[in-house]
Design a protein around this ligand. Structure first.
Ligand code: NAD
Length: 381
């Protein structure tokens, strides 16, 4: 039995969207203890919040550089650092921690450019450190069940994949001057895409994760439902995958009434699967010419990957925090195994890697290029 490892986070300060899910998810399986952080762009606010969460005063840092300097010389230094700052800072912070021997879990999108993404993959390899990317939705037990069913051939060869991440979260035109919304549509801060890189990227990662296929080419239409925006608030993408699957992605911030709106449907020669993140404990499975069945999370007979990812017994709801916790548990298992030179539990290798992060960035840039060229079919590389 390994002892709990120290964990730290950059970003995720008070009032941030994603900080709580990381703090809760990292703690759930007792692999990690929250020991250090540079939580806020405002140093004083960040220190104060970290201390209020129980972080030792000496390890409640004002910024990430101070955290790196403070932690790297400690015997009990944090082993895994989560980077949950705004997108433009991911590359620089993740690279610096990896190069100084820390393992990293980087929020998505991993980087702004394909070149940076390639470099980060290389840096992690060189440093022999784990670099995960937080496609946390792939931690849901029934998403792992979908992957296992596809891999076991239950659906036959996959013909069509339909991925959606369309909600009403960017639908209010009156929000145009809200600073937390405005940057997402400013190319200088957001890069080549808004809703596709913010949301669509998750659905596409799930499509690749579940099918075990990579995207080879895309034809994208980026649209501006709120016409004053410089970047897209709605996009549709047709795509093709290297195992022959045909795909569709709809990403939108304009779909009022669809609250989170993340769904994945996979259709094979002899069956179909349908999963909605808002009802994550049920998976619909329809064998060819047979009625639809509801697969409940935690049921007997589910795949080992899915059962391992559950925390409470069948019939009790699990959600996003537990899904994030599964990514942390995988990382914990892999880091522990590396420390003693052992092979990790193969089921722990389901966590999203820097290579997955790179594929996503290549994909987003191909989508943006296609959209600029009248939806022309565009190869990823
Ligand atoms: P947010 O604006 O709500 O919060 C950002 C936090 O980072 C704030 O506390 C801010 O003070 C802090 N911060 C900013 N710059 C910093 C710096 N240089 N050093 C330390 N702290 C800094 O943003 P958010 O919605 O929480 O998003 C953060 C990241 O998480 C983004 O990359 C976003 O894409 C990603 N995200 C991922 C998911 C997911 O499901 N995986 C969901 C939401 C957001």
């Amino acid at each position: 039995m390994m002892k709990t490892m120290n964990w730290g986070i950059v970003g995720g300060g008070e009032g941030s969207q994603i900080g709580f899910a990381h703090r809760a998810g990292s703690a759930l399986d007792r692999k990690f203890k929250f020991a250090a952080g540079a939580l806020d762009v405002d140093p004083a606010r960040g220190r104060e919040f970290a201390i209020s969460l129980g972080v030792d005063r000496a390890r409640a840092y004002g910024d990430w550089w101070e955290m790196l300097q403070g932690e790297r010389s400690r015997d009990d230094r944090v082993e895994l650092v989560t980077v949950a700052t705004p997108n433009v800072t991911h590359f620089e912070i993740s690279k610096a921690f990896l190069e100084n021997g820390f393992h990293v879990l980087c929020e998505k999108p991993m980087t702004m450019t394909v070149e940076e993404a390639r470099e980060l993959v290389a840096v992690a390899k060189r440093a022999n450190r784990v670099c995960g990317v937080n496609y946390g939705y792939s931690g849901y037990p029934l998403v792992r069940q979908m992957k296992a069913m596809v891999a076991d051939g239950v659906l036959g060869k996959i013909r069509v994949v339909v991925a959606e991440f369309a909600g009403g979260f960017m639908a209010d035109a009156a929000d145009a001057d809200n600073p937390r919304v405005r940057w997402r549509f400013d190319p200088k801060q957001a890069g080549v895409s808004a809703v596709s890189v913010d949301c669509g990227i998750h659905a596409m990662h799930m499509a690749c994760f579940v099918t075990g296929q990579k995207v080879t080419k895309v034809s994208s239409d980026f649209a501006h439902g709120i016409t004053s925006r410089e970047l897209e608030d709605d996009s549709s993408t047709a795509f093709r995958m290297d195992g022959g699957a045909i795909g569709r992605l709809w990403a939108s911030g304009l779909a009022i009434g669809r609250t989170h709106g993340l769904t994945l449907q996979v259709f094979g020669e002899v069956g179909g699967l349908s999963w909605k993140q808002e009802q994550p404990n049920q998976l619909l499975y329809t064998p060819l010419n047979e009625p639809t069945r509801i697969i409940e999370r935690g049921s007997a007979g589910l795949s080992p990957a899915s059962l391992r990812a559950g925390h409470v017994t069948v019939g009790h709801a699990e959600g996003m925090v537990e899904a994030f916790a599964n990514i942390y548990r995988d990382l914990g298992d892999v880091i522990e195994a590396a420390k003693v030179g052992a092979q990790p539990n193969p089921l722990a290798l389901d966590y999203p890697t820097a290579e997955d992060g790179l594929h996503s960035i290549e994909l987003i840039h191909a989508m943006a290029r296609s959209a600029k060229n009248g939806s022309q079919w565009t190869d990823l590389i």
